[in-house]
Design a protein around this ligand. Sequence first.
Ligand SMILES: Cc1ncc(C[n+]2csc(CCOP(=O)(O)OP(=O)(O)O)c2C)c(N)n1
Ligand SMILES: [Mg+2]
Length: 329
Amino acid sequence: MSRETSPNNPAEALKSIYRRALTIREAEKTLQQLFVDGKVPGFLHLSIGQEAVASAVSEFLTPGDTVSSNHRGHGHTLAKGVDLAGFFAEILGRATGICGGRGGSMHVADLGLGMLGANGIVGAGLPITTGSALALKARGRGEIAVVYFGDGALAEGLVHECLNIARLWSLPVLFCCENNGWSEFSPTERQLAVKLEDLAGAFGIAYAEADGNDMLAMHDAARIAIGRMRAECIPHILECRTTRVRGHYEGDKQDYRPEGEVDEMSARDPIAIGRGRLAGLGVAAEWIAAAEAEVKAANDAALEAALAAPLPDAVSLLADVYTGEARHG
Ligand SMILES: Cc1ncc(C[n+]2csc(CCOP(=O)(O)OP(=O)(O)O)c2C)c(N)n1
Ligand SMILES: [Mg+2]
């Protein structure tokens, strides 16, 4: 069943988008602190400032649609509906994690929910999604495959290969580019000779641009793009202008950024903009306060469950590595 939302009554859709974005923000603020406390093994790339993108796109996804992601994948994962306690447990390396605690932040995945995985290899989510779209098209239920990727992926050769084959075979891929202007420590304009819109034109792929920090703009853009994709079984590019507030990874001092850039981003905070949009649509301040309290309570309960979970047994270390090995959990 498609979760089409009436364009004439976006308040209900915006409420669930807001709740999703809050869930992501709360979880990532929690992870930020856990990292400082030395409880997170490995790297953390937070998507604070970018939550509206996946929160809005997911409003129009069904359980049968698939999503794949990149290194900054917490928001994409939670927006698809992955269990919060299992998510925290995964990042903390616990046995109850969604991948048995062996994947961690850059490899969160839940195939049962169509979340095909975060990915540490820039651009690698695109071929996974393109293949998934081919399978979904063959299944013929009108499902789509979404890939979230950054502007830093655009110079990768395999991005161009995927755009080509998606257009050639008319595959229902939503290429959702989160353009935050940065690729690690370099501004994107130093790496890319073309604009994504021009690439879309060259491949003959439908293209739309949206303010990725405005839930309402994202809602409208995602509704139109996904509606068209389901009707026509075509690929679509959605370029979302957004803001990477934190460093490339936690611990990055960001001394390469122009002075004041991070401070200026507070004016574009997607949560604050979303709250303003809700108020503008007549949603009561009491609803917003209650939603915030509920999200916080759910976050704290999920964290508590994850922290109470055991570490994986050493004998499970090779599970899922070789065919025929016992699976975890
Ligand atoms: C194939 C490959 N090349 C380089 C890297 C190193 N690397 C990790 S993240 C990143 C930048 C990604 O930028 P972008 O795609 O815009 O995502 P953002 O971090 O801005 O969300 C790079 C170059 C990598 N992981 N994989
Ligand atoms: Mg980027």
